[in-house]
Design a protein around this ligand. Structure first.
Ligand SMILES: Nc1nc2c(ncn2[C@@H]2O[C@H](COP(=O)(O)OP(=O)(O)OP(=O)(O)O)[C@@H](O)[C@H]2O)c(=O)[nH]1
Ligand SMILES: [Mg+2]
Length: 451
């Protein structure tokens, strides 16, 4: 056991301390044609935000057109030289690619530049690792990291032995010394054991969640999951509607854990609202896989509220990304309400009006709102009521005096249109969730749909 612990130490250091401490990064983005250039630049803006969130300052960007990709180094030889010049000019000591690069490319580039090389995936993994608070989130991120590291062990050993002068003695200690292949084998076995352990623990947690959800199904409360790109305002909306007090910040991945709260719509219908982890462009597949159990909250909701930051220049692309992730989660068939958020900001930003128009045309059930100011919320409620209208039934019942206790349910769960006495009985015209309408069915004296 002790041995396993010791071995794990260098995975932590690989991620946080050894690799990025004191780093000054240069970001690398590529585009295939000049029309793609502005998009590549926006992608680098996002990568810079991710890097900063992971406490890596950015000193330079290298955004270049590329026609031929090299299988060995991703960039062609000429571009590698140009990048080298920029590195010398700026003193950058960490290279971050916006594109996914293979373990082999990463290793070759590190050898060439004699600097650590990361890609967007690794930065996202780092951000998630920083943010993870709950046991489940920590397990999930560790699972993703292990899967990411596994094919990269060789590179990591190279990197560490270089840092420690190849002679050992410093920091990580003697066990870095020339153990090479044998150590890699040991690490592989250790990772495999650890992966099995993590998967087993996550399975237990996921089964518990499942039981919780089944309980909820019995209550027949419709569940709305607020989903969308990171920083779209999901937690702001949940906080606005309930007193959830979820952390809201102008940063990526403020939320990693799911929060569910009760909310009563204006027609008194009770629903559950769930806020969950945001999506991002190139959300690593292994993160989607690892966070599956958290994301299942979204998948198993009855309705999705897809929130879009309409003040963002890439709002359309972000919305598309969300759909791609939903597809990967097999959750595209849910009814979806598209909530075009931050309209308080967007309306004053040139060019955003056209984007909002496109969003409204692309997504049928759409509303414009501001989770911050509350503007447009009533439109959202209207859509929410409409999408679950079949969950409720309007009935006209005559409740005898001996069954007056049923009135408590009627008042608590129903939207009452009229109530009057008929002798000792009470006549009520009420709309209720199906489950309660069924309980009252012996007392129905006629449906009042015609009202
Ligand atoms: N102006 C404006 N700002 C908003 C609105 N909604 C959210 N914000 C801001 O956008 C930022 C992100 O909000 P969050 O609610 O944390 O976003 P999120 O979607 O939960 O983000 P992650 O949890 O990081 O994925 C915060 O600074 C909010 O104050 C809005 O309608 N208008
Ligand atoms: Mg959030």
């Amino acid at each position: 056991m002790k041995e396993e612990k010791e071995e794990l130490v260098h995975f932590d250091s690989f991620y946080d301390k050894e690799r990025i401490q004191g780093s000054k990064a240069i970001l690398v983005g590529v585009f295939r044609s000049h029309e793609e250039e502005p998009i590549a630049k926006d992608h680098l803006d996002e990568l810079e935000l991710l890097a900063k969130t992971h406490r890596i300052p950015v000193v330079e960007r290298f955004c270049t057109i590329i026609r031929d990709f090299s299988p060995a180094t991703f960039l062609s030889a000429g571009k590698v030289d140009m990048l080298q010049e920029k590195i010398l000019e700026t003193g950058a000591n960490l290279i971050i690619f916006d594109d996914e690069i293979s373990p082999v490319q990463q290793r070759n580039l590190e050898r060439h530049f004699k600097l650590p090389v990361m890609d967007r995936t690794e930065v996202i993994l780092g951000v998630f690792a920083d943010r993870a608070k709950t046991k489940e989130a920590k397990l999930q991120i560790e699972l993703a990291q292990m899967n990411y590291l596994s094919p990269r062990l060789k590179r990591m050993w190279l990197h560490l032995s270089r840092q420690h002068g190849g002679g050992g003695g410093a920091g990580g200690g003697g066990y870095l010394r020339g153990k090479g292949e044998k150590q890699i084998e040991m690490d592989r076995r250790m990772i495999k054991r650890r992966l099995e352990h993590l998967q087993a623990e996550l399975k237990t947690i996921s089964e518990y969640r499942h039981t919780q959800r089944r309980k909820r199904e019995r209550n027949a409360i419709p569940v709305f999951a607020i989903i969308g790109y990171t920083n779209a305002g999901k937690s702001t909306l949940l906080n606005r509607l309930t007193s959830a007090n979820v952390l809201v910040e102008d940063m990526l991945f403020a939320t990693l854990d799911t929060t569910t709260r009760h909310f009563a719509l204006p027609n008194h219908q009770k629903v559950l609202l769930t806020d969950t982890v945001g999506f991002i462009r190139k959300l690593p597949h292994l993160l989607v896989a690892a966070f599956k159990s958290t994301l299942e909250e979204a998948i198993e909701a009855d309705v999705l509220i897809h929130l879009i930051d309409s003040s963002h220049p890439l709002a359309l692309e972000q919305a598309k990304t969300t759909f791609e992730v939903l597809e990967e989660l097999h959750a595209k068939e849910h009814p979806i309400i598209t909530a075009i958020n931050k309209c308080d900001l967007a309306e004053s930003v040139p060019g955003q009006k056209a984007i909002i128009q496109k969003l409204r045309l692309s997504y049928p059930r759409s509303v414009q709102l501001s989770a911050l100011t509350g503007e447009g919320l009533s439109d959202l409620f209207g859509q929410m009521i409409d999408v679950i209208k079949d969950w409720r039934k309007r009935i006209f019942v005559k409740i005898p005096q001996s069954e007056y206790h049923l009135m408590a349910t009627v008042i608590r769960e129903g939207n009452i249109f009229s109530k009057e006495y008929d002798g000792n009985a009470i006549l009520v015209d009420v709309e209720l969730p199906l489950i309660y309408a069924e309980q009252l069915s012996p007392y129905i004296v006629g449906a009042k749909d015609e009202h």
